[in-house]
Write a protein that binds this ligand. Structure first.
Ligand SMILES: [Ca+2]
Ligand SMILES: [Ca+2]
Ligand SMILES: [Ca+2]
Ligand SMILES: [Ca+2]
Length: 193
């Protein structure tokens, strides 16, 4: 018997590497509203939906899904599907066409930035009124520099969101320097003091 049934395994509906490449591009194109090839909070995706994408596909936990992460994510999905429908067919091991995945070691995501904001306030706000102001006994020169960079409404105080937005600016300056390929952080201030 030249051919046993097992010698020629087929799996109807299985995706090839090329299929996954095309699907990955389609998914990115669908969600990437600002055309930077990353899916992140700047793309205005309904938050519940975005959270699912992040929990499934954001391997490095920076709240950004790159093309590279999307491809891996789709391959994982394909392999889960194969395990269920064609367990004998074997797993897919494609070369990820987007490698190396763009990563930026040490970058802060929006959650980190929010935490840092609270730390900065806790550190400077000596009189506990929720903002950094002249009564917090900060060295004049230091306080002056902080105002210069972060007092966006020029009222002489730094409220929590001014500090938050200022940290976002500093983070993006750092990214431009340390990881120029990496997208900018776009974080809305949701801190209520
Ligand atoms: Ca985008
Ligand atoms: Ca990511
Ligand atoms: Ca204060
Ligand atoms: Ca201010």
């Amino acid at each position: 018997m030249p051919f046993g049934e097992d010698d020629c395994k087929v799996c109807n509906g299985a995706w090839t590497c090329l299929d996954m490449f095309n699907i990955s591009n389609e998914v990115i194109a669908y969600y990437d509203n600002n055309g930077d090839y990353f899916i992140d909070s700047a793309d205005d995706i309904e938050s519940e939906h975005f959270e699912i994408l992040v929990s499934e596909c954001d391997t490095n936990g920076d709240e950004i899904i790159s093309e590279c992460e999307m491809f891996d994510c789709i391959e994982r999905c394909e392999n889960t599907w194969r395990a269920e429908y064609c367990p004998d067919y074997g797993y897919s091991y494609c070369m990820n066409p987007f490698e190396p995945c763009t990563e930026c070691e040490g970058a802060w995501n929006c959650t980190d930035i929010e935490e840092v904001t609270y730390e900065v306030i806790a550190y400077y706000d000596a009189n506990g009124n929720g903002q950094v102001d002249i009564d917090d006994m900060i060295d004049d020169e230091h306080f002056g520099t902080m105002l210069e960079y972060c007092d966006f409404d020029n009222d002489g105080n730094l409220d929590a969101c001014e500090i938050h937005d200022c940290i976002v600016i500093v983070e993006n300056e750092w990214r431009a320097e340390a990881c120029p390929e990496y997208p900018e952080a776009v974080c809305e201030c949701t801190i209520i003091v």
